[in-house]
Ligand binder design. Structure first.
Ligand code: ZN
Ligand code: ZN
Ligand code: FE
Length: 774
């Protein structure tokens, strides 16, 4: 034997994390060739395993480069190296996956079609010219088509399509971009597009279907378009009649519709776009970004798309089909802007439609045509929504397609129990933990109907299977009637696992702690809609002290009546009336002329059907009503959104008066009576409503700062964690951050989960796991 061959080493390199479905093995293959490494790489349930044989120095360079140059969509959590008996491999190869019992690999999220695939799709000489299911290892559907791990074709909904010879060659050629691209397909062997009429009968197929669909959209029709995570309802955003018709058919009077614009140029014509916003807009996750509408947008249809709203939610095309639709549409429209309404296809608050059967039944009467295909969607996944308040980091409003499943490392040790956290009710998600990580589900939606519950149960089952976990604790909201609470309790009675109830706003604050791994004591601020409090009242304007996972309420907004309970959430004039009543304002009946003020005032005075609340969300509603913006809302936070939109470009310095009192038990109570009276006075004097709204926002930020200063002095805490749905208001978000930072606080907001109830389950999981550790 020569000297060189004696120096051959053999090592087993175990890589864990998200390395499947992201082109990791071909990457390793190329790297192995580069460094003259022999051996093999295979997917394992934990990630990937490389048996590497070669010179010691080559192996160490090889491993270094795996870490350094791993594919963009991968996420390596660890690389371990161990000696291994040499097997004398003649070359390097990619082996098939091995199924084992314990699965800890991570599922990749769906990724927008990449530039290389797009180029091929537009190239007439390419065999995938105009093929709407083109993809490669760097792009394409993932989570939405995966039935189980490991991520191999037979375990996806692509299993029913038998690869043709050419695709098979690409698939097995390690140097090909489609090497082991599980959803790989072509017009010969893959899924097909079909255009169907309102009766679901097929009209045309493949390219013809796309061209006809684009023409129908340009003619003002409403189409249901099957995408990656579900169906969209689609129409021409510049066609006022279509948009109005869609509103009518969907029975959705005012809630904003999401848009999809052909390209960045089209987006810029509608909205202001910062560099950071553009980057996110174009990112492989392709989320919807809430962008500021340009003033004087000519097309009135955008006022119908997002009425009284300073923002438009826009995304770029992400499925190849979207690109093809826009290409055809632009050819028909010549130079006209190409922007579609692309709203999740569902009924009211039900989940997004996933199957042909669902679409046919649920969307009958809404969609004129169906642009559909035969690649099954296994996991429903709505579009994600993000906003970028200045100067903070991006804030998720909804975290789903493109990001889910995501693991968030929240625990210091692997020995944590497996926690199932059920979430709350609105915009719900659940969380499962495994070792140090928390896995937050995709957006389930408002858990207040049977369909949503079914989606929730199904997703729970799938996540436990993907993650191979069996929860030992079930955490739920304090509210006994939430379907998530009922589900957690039933799970407990079926399996005998322990349940823990966590107060809603404590969970909000804990979600920030979990994300940031904050260990030091903090002041928690939860400004929110509704959540059941520990005293039986409806909380939503609370301050907490957080110490070692122990959360105590330290201050609150003064309670006011919620006349009629849930009715006051829809009829926001009731909140306005209640605020005025609690401030002893005079001449209240003139403020809400068309409303039964006397009856409701009497209710408030006698305390009949009047739960007490400290909710800042309801304060927004009340102020919106007092200012005459509207008496009723047709979607959650409508009043608050309109109030925010008013103040957006108006920087008043004014701060209204408020007072902070101390109750017998030492908690602080913030009274906004003075502010309410001043707002009423300003309104009566005909003040500029933009100025009033701006001063109102200033006052809330000042309240946050003042209370935090008091609590900081008393408890010696210098950090503040803020969460709750109200912090989706970007003015308050920014103002609170500025004022707190100016007062020397470390300020933490949610960055990995939404501040709204979509983040609740993460906070619940963190609290329960921490407390079970004690
Ligand atoms: Zn690609
Ligand atoms: Zn093929
Ligand atoms: Fe909440």
């Amino acid at each position: 034997m020569s000297k060189a061959s004696k120096a051959i080493k053999s090592a087993l390199v175990s890589v864990s994390g998200r390395v499947q479905g992201v082109g990791f093995r071909p990457f390793v293959y190329r790297l192995a060739k580069k460094h003259s490494i022999k051996g093999e790489v295979r997917n394992t349930p934990q990630g990937a395993e490389i048996h590497a044989e070669g010179r010691k120095s080559d192996i160490s360079r090889f491993v270094k480069e795996i870490r350094k140059h791993a594919p963009g969509q991968s996420r390596i959590s660890s690389i371990r190296l161990a000696e291994k008996k040499p097997a004398g491999f003649p070359s390097f190869s990619i082996s098939s996956s091995r199924s084992e019992d314990k699965l800890t690999a991570e599922i990749p999220p769906d990724i927008a079609v990449c530039g290389k695939c797009l180029k091929e799709m537009k190239d007439p000489s390419d065999r995938r010219y105009k093929y709407p299911f083109i993809n490669c290892t760097e792009c394409g559907p993932r989570f939405s088509i995966i039935r189980k791990l490991p991520y191999d074709r037979p375990n996806t909904t692509m299993s029913v399509f038998k690869m043709c010879g050419l695709c098979g060659e690409e698939y097995s050629e390690p140097l090909d971009r489609r090497f082991h691209a599980q959803p790989d397909a072509c017009p010969e062997c893959g899924p097909e597009i079909v255009l169907r009429g309102s009766d679901f009968a097929g009209i045309s197929e493949t390219e013809k279907a796309v061209v006809s669909a684009a023409r129908l959209i340009s003619e003002g029709r409403i189409l249901a378009v099957k995408g990656i995570g579900g169906y969209h309802l689609c129409c021409d955003a510049e066609n006022m009649k279509s948009v109005q018709l869609l509103r009518k058919r969907k029975n959705r009077p005012a809630k904003p519709f999401a848009l999809m614009a052909a390209d960045v140029e089209a987006v810029k014509k509608l909205c202001l776009l910062s560099r950071a916003e553009k980057k996110l807009l174009c990112s492989p996750a392709r989320p919807i970004i809430l962008l500021k509408k340009r003033k004087n947008l000519e097309k009135a249809s955008y006022d119908v798309i997002a009425p009284q709203n300073a923002f438009l939610g826009i995304m770029l095309p992400y499925a190849p089909l979207h690109h093809l639709l826009f290409d055809s549409f632009k050819r028909i429209r010549k130079n006209a802007p190409a922007v579609f309404v692309m709203t999740s296809a569902n009924l009211a608050d039900e989940p997004i439609s996933r199957t042909e059967e669902e679409a046919k039944i649920k969307l009958a009467g809404i969609a004129d045509y169906f642009l559909t295909h035969d690649r099954e969607i296994h996991n429903r996944c709505d579009d994600s929504i993000i906003m970028l308040p200045e100067p903070s980091s991006p804030v998720y409003i909804r975290k789903s397609r493109g990001y889910v499943p995501d693991s968030i490392s929240i625990f210091p040790s692997r020995k944590m129990p497996c926690v199932f956290a059920a979430g709350a009710e609105l915009k719900n998600t659940f969380t499962l933990t495994r070792g140090v990580n928390a896995y937050v589900s995709q957006y389930i939606g408002d858990l207040d109907n049977r369909e949503a519950l079914r989606f929730y149960e199904e997703s729970f089952k799938r996540f436990t299977e993907y993650l191979k976990v069996t929860p030992s604790v079930a955490v739920h909201d304090l509210h006994p009637d939430y379907l998530s609470t009922v589900f957690a309790r039933e799970l407990s009675s079926k399996t005998g696992i322990r349940t823990v109830a966590v107060q809603h706003h404590k969970a909000h604050v804990a979600s920030v702690m979990a994300e940031k791994g904050v260990k030091k004591p903090v002041i928690g601020v939860a400004f929110d809609g509704n959540g059941l409090g520990e005293d039986g009242n409806v909380w939503g304007g609370e301050f907490f002290t957080v110490n070692n996972g122990n959360i105590e309420r330290a201050a609150q907004m003064e309670y006011f009546a919620l006349p009629g309970g849930d009715q006051a959430v829809r009829e926001i004039w009731r909140c306005g009336l209640s605020l005025l009543e609690s401030a002893y304002a005079s001449g209240i009946s003139e403020v809400f002329k068309k409303r039964p003020v006397d009856i409701v005032s009497e209710m408030i005075r006698k305390g009949v059907n009047c739960p007490k609340t400290s909710s800042v969300g309801r304060i927004f509603d009340g102020v919106a009503a007092i200012l005459g913006l509207r008496d009723e809302v047709s979607y959650e936070a409508q009043g608050a959104i309109e109030l925010e939109s008013l103040a957006l470009d108006f920087c008043a310095r004014k701060v209204y008066n408020f007072s902070i009192d101390t109750a017998i038990d030492g908690t602080h109570v913030i009274s906004i009576r003075d502010m309410v009276l001043q707002i009423l006075k300003d309104k009566r004097n005909g003040a500029d409503l933009r100025a009033v709204s701006s001063a109102f926002h200033n006052t809330l930020a000042e309240i946050i700062k003042s209370v935090c200063v008091i609590l900081a002095r008393r408890h010696g805490i210098r950090a503040v964690a803020l969460s709750g749905g109200v912090f989706q208001n970007r003015i308050l978000h920014s103002l609170a951050a500025q004022r707190l930072e100016a007062s020397g606080f470390d300020v933490y907001f949610n960055e990995l989960v939404p501040p709204n109830d979509g983040g609740i389950s993460l906070g619940q999981a963190w609290l329960a796991a921490n407390n079970s550790n004690e």
